[in-house]
Design a binder for this molecule. Structure first.
Ligand code: CMC
Length: 457
């Protein structure tokens, strides 16, 4: 490819002028990279973040050289500037607004983390109280949405309901659709965070043929969610606080993950000025895929298929045989080339939940633990830096709680909604926001003459 373009090399000019102190942020480039294209030397500014690799700003590359860059899957491309989440995949670090994920999971709660992601700081006591109250007041959905659900077959995958129901909110809440008004943007964020658990529980209730359970404003966020999932009008349930806390932790761990596929989808959809509810619907569609949020459901299916610890070696053999097309689900990550820090927290939470429910001998957990042990000592996985990811244990916890596997990705969507709206809000507030419009390397047919039907072979 480089020969084709006449592109010979990139030089990073890293001399920092004496007057420039330490690292500069994206606003103030202080180094440049030189790209030799044919006989031209082009210089591009380098931008430093607060942490992580610096980037080469190639936005003027096409104008100056007539060439695009080619980076399928965005392996080397930063699509935006963001202050929300930092990941160091080699070191296994994940931070929201500078706070380590394990500290947030252990010491904070989901709505506090939602506030942090949206506004950049942990709330003080008064701010927290107001925020929790605000979100609580938005948990109910328009009654008409009950009819939307009733239009779907009961056998629908709940993610199909979620894609439709989330986007349909734009038909109900016209007073928060003007993306140019900050107050309306904020109202949309609150509504999405508050209503997603209600929609998720409705998707579950609809699939099992139960009546919908309305949100209860005297319950905490996760407690209310579990209540809407499991209560019935005939039988009140008292949500087990250990399970509510575990759910809260799971939601925190899944809340944001910088520019992953679904978040990038939300940003891309929103870049055209589309309303936030429709954009979140697009994000949910992207999350549904088995390489992304659908993996936790796939993990349980895989563990069930393995069926017994004694079948693990045979399964691993299949995974290593590329022609089988079988992957070890819940293992590997585009960014983490180390143990996913979320998986660490979840492994512990999994043991706590199973102990609380008296299911510590759960056969699937035994298979998972043994599978992990074997994979982590196998050359195939070591060489490729494949470690358990967030989905490896979450499914076992959900299953123990009585949540059907089709709902797993829906729970991921409930949590990630916070990240999506925080990233959307950040993008809307960014003066550099432009419509997302990637280019391509065209390899199709050159111009040719139209052939009439009767002359085609
Ligand atoms: N099992 C077996 N081999 C694997 C796996 C796996 N789970 N993941 C990657 N590999 C191999 C892959 O075959 C390739 O081998 P080779 O170099 O010999 O061709 C090498 O590792 C690199 O894989 P890749 O597909 O180029 O890596 P990627 O960064 O494009 O893919 C991934 C990341 C998450 C899609 C992939 O690891 C995967 O499919 N994992 C299983 C699905 C899963 O658990 N997804 C949840 C991700 S975490 C939740 C989320 O953020 O949504």
């Amino acid at each position: 490819m480089s020969a084709m373009l006449g592109l010979s090399y990139i030089i990073i000019n890293s001399e920092i002028p004496m007057a420039v102190p330490e690292k500069k942020t994206a606003a103030a480039p202080h180094r440049s990279a030189t790209l030799a294209v044919g006989d031209k030397n082009l210089s591009f500014p380098m931008l430093d973040g607060t942490e992580g690799p610096s980037v080469i700003d190639i936005s003027k590359l096409y104008g100056e050289s007539g060439h695009f860059t080619y980076d399928p899957g965005f392996l080397s491309t930063a699509s935006c500037e963001s202050k929300i989440t930092f990941i160091d995949g080699d070191a296994g670090i994940l931070r929201y607004r500078g706070y380590d994920i394990d500290a947030l999971a252990e010491k904070s709660d989901f709505l506090e983390v939602a506030y942090l992601l949206l506004y950049g700081e942990l709330p003080n006591a008064k701010q927290k109280q107001e925020f929790v109250r605000t979100i609580t007041l938005h948990t109910m959905v328009h009654e008409q949405l009950h009819f939307l659900f009733r239009g779907f077959p009961r056998s629908s995958h709940p993610m199909a309901l979620m894609v439709g129901a989330s986007a349909s909110l734009s038909a109900f809440y016209h007073d928060s659709l003007d993306i140019n008004v900050p107050e309306q943007r904020e109202l949309s964020c609150w509504r999405m965070i508050a209503k997603m658990p209600t929609l998720a529980a409705m998707a579950h209730k609809y699939s099992v043929g139960h009546p919908f359970i309305y949100p209860q404003n005297d319950l905490g966020f996760s407690e209310n969610f579990l209540n809407m999932m499991f209560a019935t009008p005939c039988e009140k349930t008292k949500v087990n606080p250990v399970l509510a806390r575990a759910m809260d932790k799971i939601l925190i761990l899944h809340a944001d993950h910088e520019q992953n596929a679904s978040t990038s989808t939300v940003r891309m959809a929103a870049s055209s000025g589309a309303n936030p509810f429709a954009c979140i619907g697009a994000g949910i569609a992207s999350l549904w895929g088995p390489a992304h949020g659908g993996a936790n459901e796939a993990v349980i299916n895989m563990l069930r298929e393995i069926g017994d610890v004694k079948h693990i070696p045979e399964f691993i053999k299949k995974v290593k045989d590329k022609s089988s097309g079988v992957r070890l689900m819940g293992f590997g990550h585009r960014v983490y080339k180390n143990y996913d820090p979320r998986a660490k927290v979840l492994h512990k939470t999994c043991s706590e939940v199973l102990a609380e429910l008296g299911k510590i001998d759960e056969p699937l957990l035994k298979i998972a633990v043994e599978l992990e042990r074997i994979a982590l000592s196998d050359e195939y996985f070591i060489e490729r830096k494949l470690y358990p990811n967030v989905d490896f244990y979450s499914g076992i916890i959900y299953r123990a709680m009585g949540i059907p596997s089709k709902m797993f990705t829906v729970l991921f969507a409930v949590a990630r909604t916070v990240g999506w709206v925080a990233q959307w809000k950040e993008m809307m507030e960014d003066p550099k926001n432009k419509i997302g419009r990637p280019r391509q390397l065209y390899t199709g047919a050159r111009q040719r003459a139209f052939v009439p039907l009767e002359k085609r072979s």
